[in-house]
Design a protein around this ligand. Sequence first.
Ligand code: HEC
Ligand code: HEC
Ligand SMILES: [Cu+2]
Length: 428
Amino acid sequence: MKIVPDKASTIANFFDAVNLGVFLASLFFTVAICGTMVWFAFKYKAGRQTQTPRIYGNNTLEIIWTVVPTVVVIILGILGVYLREKMFEIQPNSLTINVVGWKWAWEFQYPNGKKTSGQNAELVVPLGHPVKLIVTSRDVLHSFFIPAMRVKQDAVPGQYKYLTFTPTKVGEFPVFCTEYCGTRHSLMLARLKVVPEQEFKVWLESKPSTQVSPVFLGRKLYSDLGCNACHSLKEGERLVGPSFYGLKGSVREIKGQKVEVDENYVRESILYPNQFVVEGFQANVMPSYLGRLSDEELDALVYFVLNFLEAPSEELVKVSLEQEEKMDLASLSPVERGKILYEQKACIGCHSLDGSKLVGPSFKNLYGSQRKFQDGTSAIADEEYLKASILYPNKNIVEGYVAAMPSYEGQLSDEELNDIIEFIKAQK
Ligand code: HEC
Ligand code: HEC
Ligand SMILES: [Cu+2]
């Protein structure tokens, strides 16, 4: 029987040393205190002649038994804090793997989309390479525990938590859920498989073609949901919102507190954009995407926003190729072409087609309707009006909205403008 699990990560030895230190310190004081107690109980038993000496204070003793335990506890405390720092230290070249727990299995997703899941799912990692796990849950609290790596992290629905380790030993190690999560909790197992770097590469590349990488999906959502209308990917480019370039790891101030931008920050920004507003930008401009994304989509979008710079460029090329394919469709009707522009020019981010209010008014039944403006004037939404609204959006601000729409002057050809207007006219 093994008392201590395999030591298979860089922190394992140090972890065990600290653990042993705590254990020995506890053992020493337990024996010293209980031993003295038992010894005195015998020595000064009732009926015996020996009497306890009368001691009226002993400064030397008092100092020793105050100072020694204090020093021991402080040393253990410092070692513990240092160990904790080590456990969550993120190396810049880490392999990032998403870990999702649900009743009752773990799922692992790699940057290229490869996924393993189900009972006894395999978490394959390369030997000697730092690994960062982003842990979350789809239902209740779980806890992700790899004894051989000496790391453990809660999996909390709606939050991203981290775990890092660097494996130092090839082999298979058990993974547990250590938070009671329902009847089949004890079967919520997985296996960590540490393999040589080369073998890992081969394994990672052998993926069924249907799997979509989070970067690819995230990049697609970034366009499809119209984030690109307001957020650039270029350094320092300011649109309606801040650029995503360099967002990862930068510091934002929320309610007077400095927080580092991480997965949780981005997730909150997408679901509750008005909870904290970036300095120098307008509030109430970004629409909430709460309820508009599946869990997988949200994970992918968050991943993309933070990691697109490090993403394999072929993934990004694949997206633009797919979009070009869509474009190569001269045979389409103006309304169909207009729909593509509606998506590509990011009108979709601010204007719905089903009557619901996003950042801007819905296009449903817009054509031919009476429009009221902030300054009290009004107009009928004819073709001229639509054209002016797209080219000079701030001339008339529709009642109940803010001036958030960018001008498309010079960004659309006459033909494209015409197609979009035809598309808007068709929204009945
Ligand atoms: C209508 C314009 C608009 C759209 C569309 C939009 N955003 Fe925003 N976004 C903003 C503005 C303005 C801010 C800054 C003010 C704030 O924090 O609310 C912002 C802030 C953010 C932030 C915080 C950025 C930082 O620098 O701290 C993130 C992350 C973000 N948006 C992600 C997204 C994603 C992802 C999408 C698409 C699903 C999206 N946004 C769509 C306007 C938009
Ligand atoms: C960043 C968000 C945003 C984007 C992107 C955007 N719009 Fe708008 N749009 C608005 C807002 C807000 C209004 C209402 C305020 C105003 O009139 O300027 C508006 C108003 C309009 C109106 C007038 C609507 C009415 O009810 O009278 C039209 C037409 C329009 N937009 C077309 C477009 C088209 C076409 C695109 C894409 C090429 C587009 N918009 C992209 C935010 C946006
Ligand atoms: Cu569990």
